[in-house]
Design a protein around this ligand. Structure first.
Ligand SMILES: Cc1cc2nc3c(=O)[nH]c(=O)nc-3n(C[C@H](O)[C@H](O)[C@H](O)COP(=O)(O)OP(=O)(O)OC[C@H]3O[C@@H](n4cnc5c(N)ncnc54)[C@H](O)[C@@H]3O)c2cc1C
Length: 403
């Protein structure tokens, strides 16, 4: 086995990727595209080949796209061993082995961790298990919720008005369903885009007929004798008769399998350096363990070197490609992963795009277009630096998709 890192074509060790979704697949493709000829194994706990998640809360729910059309295209033959439907349960750094739930031990020379996130569950497991209570993260989630929405329930309750919750509410209205959205903060999307943009989002949602309840928390989900959701208790004292609820409370990073590995792991993700190499618990960077996608936290020079963790499709792709490059190249050829974060969302007839990180801003100014006409650009800034393009924190663009 040659371990020469000067030339990817001559690195023929064994690469294992844990997390067989967007970042895992794109990294595998990049490894082969860059000449890696060694053994490649992808391990994924879902029973399916990699699929795309963004349509699950949009076109899949509306019925426009069947779930079978969400599988990610393989951009090239990756000649990999696929271990699907089995979770990694541990990582032995000394032996360079990934431990699987079925007892198998998979050795590696280089490891890439792309285990992403899962939907944050409702805090009460018994209430979450009621029939009619859904979350939306996986292909099965998308399929089940789609089937239920197609039965035209009298009302749908969406718990949480972040991007996913707002997209679900939008689809409900598109389908002509009554929808109530309960949001703990003062406005939808406020956590991601701030209060000012949140107020605009609130106006759009109400204009589309959403029964939007802000500054309200859901206290309890109540089931009937058959274990079906029947009522929901809100913090303002209201009780709603509702048979379908969608829990959209954000995501939890899939790091439990690494907790005793000796890597720098926390609920916020797996910490790595700017070249995607993982830190161990002492803050020492490891040359053979890499991290990419939603599960990664890495220092970004644009944001004072703070460790960023983002849940953006584009970042998963770009970081996977950077990790693949850095797994194969010589130390002198390592590339930093420092993209400008970007994301998009489609809801209520709008196409929302953001460049940068609105969450770290302390000012927002509409610089182009008009909120009334639903086409505008907002610039977010921090510490009076919003007007300097190179230090600008974020630009968010809201545009009607019906031009
Ligand atoms: C409903 C929805 C809508 C979205 N919409 C948008 C959007 O409009 N715009 C945007 O920019 N982003 C969007 N995103 C986010 C985007 O899909 C993610 O950023 C992207 O999926 C991250 O890819 P990933 O490969 O890092 O992680 P994931 O897609 O989370 O994949 C991680 C994989 O690892 C598996 N895994 C976890 N633990 C283990 C283990 N121990 N062993 C083996 N396998 C394991 C998981 O089951 C999963 O298959 C959306 C996400 C969702 C859920």
């Amino acid at each position: 086995m040659s371990m020469d890192r000067q030339d990817g074509a001559r690195f023929d060790g064994r690469v294992v990727i844990v997390g067989a979704s967007l970042a895992g697949l794109r990294a595998a493709e990049a490894l082969r595209a860059q000449g890696f000829k060694g053994q490649l194994t992808l391990i994924g706990d879902e029973p399916y080949p990699p699929y795309d998640r963004p349509p699950l809360s949009k076109t899949v729910l509306s019925g426009w796209l069947p779930v079978s059309h969400t599988y990610l295209p393989q951009l090239q033959d990756i000649n990999a061993e696929w271990l699907l439907g089995v979770a990694a349960t541990g990582l032995n750094l000394q032996e360079h082995v990934v431990e699987l739930a079925d007892g198998r031990r998979i050795p590696f020379d280089r490891l890439l961790i792309t285990t992403g996130t899962r939907a944050r569950p409702w805090p009460d497991a018994a209430q979450m298990a009621l029939d009619g209570v859904f979350s939306i993260r996986t292909l099965d989630d998308g399929q089940r919720l789609r089937e239920v929405l197609a039965t035209k329930p009298e009302r749908v309750l969406v718990i949480g008005a972040g991007f996913t919750g707002s997209e679900v509410a939008s689809v409900c209205r598109e389908l002509g369903l009554n929808v109530t959205v309960a949001e703990r903060s003062a406005a939808p999307l406020a956590g991601a885009l701030g209060g000012a943009a949140g107020m605009v989002a609130a106006r759009f949602q109400r204009a589309h007929g959403v029964d939007l309840r802000c500054n309200v928390t859901v206290l309890a989900l109540e089931g009937d004798a058959n274990g079906h959701l029947s009522r929901v208790h809100l913090s303002d004292g209201d009780v709603l008769d509702v048979k379908v609820a969608v829990v959209a409370l954000g995501a939890v990073r899939n790091v439990e399998w690494l907790l005793s590995s000796g890597l720098a792991v926390s609920a916020r993700g797996v910490a790595c350096d700017g070249s995607c190499r993982a830190f161990d618990a002492n803050g020492i960077v490891l040359d053979d363990i890499f991290v990419a996608g939603d599960v990664a936290r890495w220092p970004h020079p644009l944001y004072d070197g703070q460790l960023l963790a983002v849940e953006h499709w584009g970042n998963a792709v770009e970081q996977a490609e950077a990790a693949a490059h850095n797994m194969l190249c010589s130390p002198a050829e390592r590339k930093p992963h420092r993209p400008l974060p970007t994301f998009w969302s489609n809801q209520f007839g709008l196409n929302i795009k953001a460049v940068g990180l609105p969450t770290v801003a302390d000012q927002v100014v509409v610089t182009q277009g008009s909120v009334e006409r639903k086409r505008f650009v907002a610039a977010y800034g921090r510490k009076d630096a919003w007007w300097r393009p190179w230090r600008s924190t974020c630009r968010a663009r809201w545009a009607s998709i019906h031009r």
